[in-house]
Design a protein around this ligand. Structure first.
Ligand code: HEC
Length: 145
């Protein structure tokens, strides 16, 4: 646990909180960023986050969830807000994520889907540790206990 916190601290020193793109100091030159215009990748993330929130509710109610998002395949080529938000390790993380996502559909019962869901959330967090720490506390709320 301690080492996890150290890693988080270390990483966040050189990557500004990823969620703070809206609150960056205004750049010179009068150009004012649109307040709520997410990048292609950020929009995909929002949908995936909503979908996972909904799935958590379904599973906690003891029902099977449907997982048929096509957006997950767009993640790899989608444009991020800033180029540094993705890098060489991004695609392997995205592939691992897609593989976890597939396990939601091979699960045969609610318990199996809960395990698959929690593994999926782990792969969200794993990628975010590298590329976008800001939303991690929100993502961790998606675990089904
Ligand atoms: C392969 C890497 C990767 C995976 C896997 C991943 N993310 Fe992201 N996520 C990112 C990056 C990079 C951004 C920043 C996107 C941007 O600002 O353009 C982001 C942004 C976000 C945001 C902020 C979006 C916004 O409003 O600006 C949320 C919330 C989020 N991700 C949740 C999730 C959840 C939930 C999952 C799993 C279901 C997930 N992410 C899986 C890389 C990933």
């Amino acid at each position: 646990m301690k080492s996890k916190i150290l890693v988080l601290l270390g990483v966040s020193l050189f990557v500004a909180a990823c969620s703070s793109s809206n609150s960056e100091p205004k750049k010179k030159g009068g150009w004012k960023p649109e307040m709520d215009q997410p990048s292609e990748l950020a929009s995909i993330m929002r949908v995936l986050h909503d979908e996972a929130t909904e799935r958590k509710g379904t599973l906690e109610a003891g029902e099977m969830a449907v997982a048929n998002s096509q957006l997950i395949f767009k993640m790899i080529t989608a444009k991020p807000t800033e180029p540094h938000m993705v890098g060489p390790a991004f695609e392997p993380h995205a592939q691992a994520f897609i593989a976890s996502y597939g396990q939601l559909n091979t699960a045969e019962d609610v318990q199996g889907q809960i395990e698959a869901h929690n593994n999926l959330v782990k792969s969200c967090v794993a990628c975010h540790m590298n590329f976008c720490q800001g939303p991690i506390p929100r993502i961790e709320k998606l675990y089904v206990q």
